[in-house]
Design a protein around this ligand. Structure first.
Ligand code: NAD
Length: 477
């Protein structure tokens, strides 16, 4: 494990000497004591990133060589997959098979953007008059990446891979609950041969290290994934220095089952849509909208399946429901369950806290039927294994219910009618719509939100463009 700060390809504790504990949420044991970055540390990290950004070593590197460094980092990460996955599970509580998927996805993301490096060109534009006018995409500069605890390495990779590929340098601030895999990336990038300062990691708290990064005049862009409330705060704090922003925020995604769907597949999709990642997934299908003709059947099957989805040791191969990331998050999820009961929704599965071997912050897989759109559990992001089921009578009502949310991150549509599937996919105001599937991601497919789920995109060519400034150059001929 690495538990110090990674700045300029070197490891050092914070000058303040302060550290904080990282807890394994499945066992309640202290995993590590990690250096606590603050504004002074952020200054050092931004200086290192700025110096590297201006250096011939980084600016002068050809795009192809930059790509080669990222391919090397991907290979090194792939070679350390078991170790990384184990660490991710220990700090986050998710089942080991999920952590393995997270790490291999990060390898894929690195390879995808490594491949872009020498293929991402500008263009010439057909202006009026006797000019050659062309567009250059230039790296934005120093990028502050601030990420949450649910996919600690994977989401960090959604930021650092395109940022580095575009020629930016990065200061990464992982969530204080889960800094360990991000820190290990320091070793990997240094071994891959990235020059000092290209990639830096400052562990610490949001209100200190995170806020200092957002306010720092030496940072050109903040790429943030986290809650909408913190995203709003970041937007305000970034205004003074006119920073570029990508904000990937919360969600309350509708997963819609029509009466013409393959119901067995739809029920599996509903279950996977909410319980994968313990429901601590921004795109979780946390509102299940079901046609009234098939609702009882769907709820019955879902309740049956959910009762067999028991919280378990994240290292047990059979476990499909791990520990909630922290005691605080567990309490918040249980509070939402209490509110669901109090507001009159009917609990059909789960609903309680659990332990495994007498320890850990687990919550049972929980399903509420009879949920009304105005209830708290239909409106607010719970970020835990809690599903709210609502009924509808026709397509128009389904779309209206789906869009009745401040969020617009993702949605699912289950139907055998191809025309309906496209119509509904187009009508839903969300950045991703999955038809007859759920929770699919690929480095090539842009991901991000409409409405209060944020703006800007991770992944795909769109993310790469988000780490560049566009420059028009006019040559009089
Ligand atoms: P959070 O907003 O509490 O924290 C996210 C990060 O921001 C952490 O690193 C935190 O330390 C930092 N932070 C907190 N206050 C800050 C401040 N004032 N200035 C700068 N940084 C600050 O979110 P979380 O609880 O870690 O994660 C859960 C949230 O993330 C959920 O709302 C979820 O929907 C969202 N999320 C969104 C996506 C997406 O792609 N849209 C993906 C995953 C998670």
């Amino acid at each position: 494990m690495r538990t110090d700060l990674f700045i300029g390809n070197a490891w050092a504790p914070a000058a303040s000497g302060r550290r904080f504990d990282v807890i394994n949420p499945a066992t309640e044991e202290v995993l590590a004591s990690v250096a606590e970055g603050d504004a002074t540390v952020i200054d050092r990290a931004v200086d290192a990133a700025r110096a590297c950004f201006e250096s011939a070593e980084w600016r002068g590197l050809s795009a192809r060589k930059r790509g080669a460094l990222l391919f090397k980092a991907a290979d090194l990460l792939a070679a350390r997959l078991p170790e990384m996955a184990e660490l991710e599970t220990r700090q986050n509580g998710k089942p080991l098979f999920e952590s393995k998927i997270d790490v291999s996805s990060t390898v894929e993301t690195l390879r995808y953007y490594a491949g872009w490096c020498d293929k991402f060109g500008g263009e010439t534009v057909p202006v009026d008059g006797n000019f050659l006018t062309y567009i250059r995409h230039e790296p934005i500069g120093v990028v502050g990446a601030i990420v949450p605890w649910n996919f600690p390495l994977n989401i960090a990779g959604w930021k650092f891979a395109p940022a580095l590929a575009a020629g930016c340098t990065v200061v990464l601030k992982p969530a204080s609950e889960t800094p360990l895999t991000a820190l290990l990336m320091g070793d990997i990038f240094a071994e891959a041969g990235l020059p000092a300062g290209a990639f830096n990691v400052v562990s610490g708290h949001g209100s200190t290290a995170g806020s200092a990064l957002v306010r720092h005049p030496g940072v050109d862009k903040i790429s943030f994934t986290g809650s909408t409330a913190v995203g709003q705060r970041i937007m305000r704090d970034a205004a003074d220095t006119v920073k570029r922003l990508t904000l990937e925020l919360g969600g309350k995604s509708p997963n819609i089952i029509f009466d013409d769907a393959d119901l067995a597949a739809a029920v599996r999709g509903a279950q996977n849509g909410i319980f994968y990642g313990k429901g601590e997934v921004c795109a979780a299908g946390s509102r299940l909208l079901v046609h009234r003709k098939v609702k009882d059947q769907v709820v019955e099957q879902l309740a049956e399946r959910t009762k067999t989805l028991l919280p378990g040791d994240p290292f047990d191969k059979k476990t499909r429901l791990g520990a909630i990331v922290s005691r605080q998050q567990q309490e918040s999820v249980l509070q939402y369950i209490a509110t669901g009961n109090a507001e009159g929704a009917s609990l059909v599965a789960g609903g309680k806290a659990a332990t495994v071997n007498g320890k850990g912050y687990f919550v049972e897989a929980t399903v509420f039927d009879g949920v009304k759109p105005e209830m708290t559990i239909a409106r607010e992001e719970i970020f835990g294994p809690v599903l709210a089921v609502l009924g509808f009578d026709d397509e128009e009502e389904a779309v209206a219910l789906a869009n009745q949310s401040m969020y617009g991150l993702a949605a699912g549509v289950w139907s055998r009618d191809i025309g309906r599937a496209h119509r509904v996919a187009h009508a839903i105001r969300a950045g991703t719509v999955w038809v007859n599937t759920y929770n699919m991601y690929d480095p090539a497919a842009p991901f991000g939100g409409f409405k209060a789920s944020g703006f800007g995109r991770d992944l795909g060519r769109a993310a790469l463009e988000g780490y560049t400034e566009t420059k028009s150059v006019w040559i009089a001929l």
